[in-house]
Each structure stands twice: as C-alpha cells, then as structure tokens.
Design a protein around this ligand. Sequence first.
Ligand SMILES: *Cc1c(COP(=O)(O)O)cnc(C)c1O
Length: 387
Amino acid sequence: MIPLSIPELAGNEWKYIKECLDTNWVSSVGAYVDRFEQHFAEFVGAKYAVATMNGTAALHISLMMAGVERGDYVIVPNITFIASVNSIKYAGASPILVDIKDDTWQMDLDLLEGFLEKNTRIENGNCIHIADGKRIKAIMPVHVLGGMCDMTRLKEIADRFYLPIVEDSTEALGSYCQDRHAGTFGELGCFSFNGNKIITTGGGGMIVTNDPELAKRAKHLTTQAKSDPFEYVHDEIGYNYRLVNVLAAMGVAQLEQLGGFLERKKEIANTYKQSLDGCADIRFQAFDPEVQSNNWLFTIRTRHQPALLAALNDNGIQSRPFWVPMNQLEMFKQDLYIHEADVSDVVYQECLSVPCSSGLTEAQLQTTIQQIESTIGQLIKTSLPNS
Ligand SMILES: *Cc1c(COP(=O)(O)O)cnc(C)c1O
C-alpha cells in the first residue's frame, strides 16, 4: 500500500531517545523538553514555546489563556479537523462556524467581517453578539492543510472587534504569510506533532507566544498549576498536559530534519500539479500571494471525487476525503453557521487527499499520478453519452 502521510524517522531519533533511557530522564522534566521548546521557538520566530502532550491540549489551554470562559463564543472556520471545535467546547464556549473561501479553503474573511459588523456591538472592550447578549471572546483561524488566510487582514478585523487570535497552526509548521511564520500572528499559536503531521513525536503539541506572562502561565496550567517548588500547593485547577522528555527527544531529532521534509513536500506538490494540471476538472488548493504553504497534505478537488477516492483505495493507494463540515456533525448542528452559499459542503464533497509523505518514492508518486489519470480517463469516457 502507498500510505497517505506517515512519519519519516531517519535522523537522530534513536540516539536521543536512547540517551533518555540510558540516563533515566524519561518523564515530565528533562533537558530535551527545554531543548525542543527552545529550538522550536527559534524556528518559528516566537519568543517562547511550551510543549504539550498534543495539539488539542495546546488549543484548550490557549483558549483559556485568551480569556475564553463558559458561555462565550469563539469564531472558527467550518472546515477543520474536529479538535479545533472540541477545544472550544472544552473551554465551555460555543463555536461560531464561518464558511470558507472556494479557492483557498480557509475562513472567508468577507463573511466574517460582514457578520461582525452587522451582529455585534462593543461594550467595555468586549465584543457582544447582539442577538443573545453573549460575548465573542476569540478568533481561531485554522491554517487548513498548511495554507493561511490573509493574516494581516484577519489581525485588523480582530483588533477592531477586540478579539484575541488563537491560531490553530497544527498543520502549518513551515508555512509563512509575508515572511512571518504561522502561529506568530496571534496572541497564541498552537502546533501538533501527531503521527500524520509534518514532524512527529508520536503525539505532541506546542504553544508559542511572544508574551512572557502567557508563556509562564502556559507552563503552569499544563503542569497541574503547582505554585510551590517543594510543597504540593496548587493555586488553580491545572492540567496534566505536558510533553514527556522521551517524546521531546524525538521532537528535537525531527526538527533537525524539517528543512529536508519541507523541500520534499514541495517537490511532491509540484510534481502532482505539473502532472495533473488540465486533467479533467482537477483543481488544487489556491494560496493568496503573500502565503507560502508547507504543502503538508496534498489535496485535489474534482467532481469525480467519490469514484476517484474508491478507485485509489481499491488499488492500494491510501487516499482520504476532506473533513465533514463541522455544521453537519450532530454535536454542532445547533451552533451558529455563518454562510451565504454552503461552500464548505461543496469543497467537502469534491476534495480528496493523496499520498504525500516526505518519504514517498518517485515510483510511488508516479504510480499514484497514473492511477488518478487512468481513473479520471475512464470516468469521463463512461459519462460522455450523458453529457
Ligand atoms: C492535528 C490537528 C489538531 C490536533 O492535534 P493533535 O495533536 O492530534 O491533538 C487540531 N487541529 C487541526 C486542524 C489538526 O489538523
């Protein structure tokens, strides 16, 4: 089988992990946690980084630190992985789901701005949703598949409506908007090192910020909010959300290879685009000119999606549909969904992700491209009489 997106562990992973085992520094503290945080902050250009056990935990803690409380609203795109919206629910808040743009598949900022202008008022520095008097407390842009919305414009909108930005940058390590790294536009940015992400620690996450107080508080909240170095005194309800040293060791080794991973991802994306451009109605994710994507998960769009998805998987080429839009999931059907058309649904129905691991061989890449071309060729031939 040609896998969709799997880890590549070809660097110092064994060596660093072995060092943890040999020295008995396997658990909650250790030099690799500090090193991983430091190297990560340097790479993205943030002042501080705090490691967490996964990206979802990073999002949950960041929303709390942004001041999100029970009964608040948080704005989030309608097309995302469920963890974004779950983290909003963990914080006791409700999502305001915003439809996406047809070309970039990111949150539609025209829709967002129109909604805020017509439906909110500012009261004592809070953005109030007029219809029910509830507070909108944060915006969570999600950098879908490593792309980004125009972050400069989003920041302007957020400032105008007194909304802190918590970036779900879990898919965007190595992505930039106007030479600034994803996750560094908002008050807080969150990353994930799950197995399918561009670098992995098996499971892991990171919070980045330029605010020393927020960084301190992130460490505090993720380590059970212990306030005394010796006595078991805790000054609030904290969480056991820290990343252990063994996994941080893996993270340090992975980070060393990130440059190579990004290059290979770019080659893979370019090969797909050059080969499939003009193949029936196949389209690709678009990027605003100021955005440089990490090409995390290569995804194509075609009205032949269902048949193509089936054919690829039947032929041992692991291929996956896009996420079911959040407004269509049972738990979120009652939540606000801001839209004109329902772009999310069309994009969901027409998109599929194809193999693009950094370890993908040239032969695997060509096999996948040929399978896509021949399947689409067949589909067009059989559908011709009706068209
Ligand atoms: C991967 C991912 C997350 C969550 O990360 P975990 O580390 O798996 O908890 C959150 N949001 C999005 C958009 C993701 O793709």
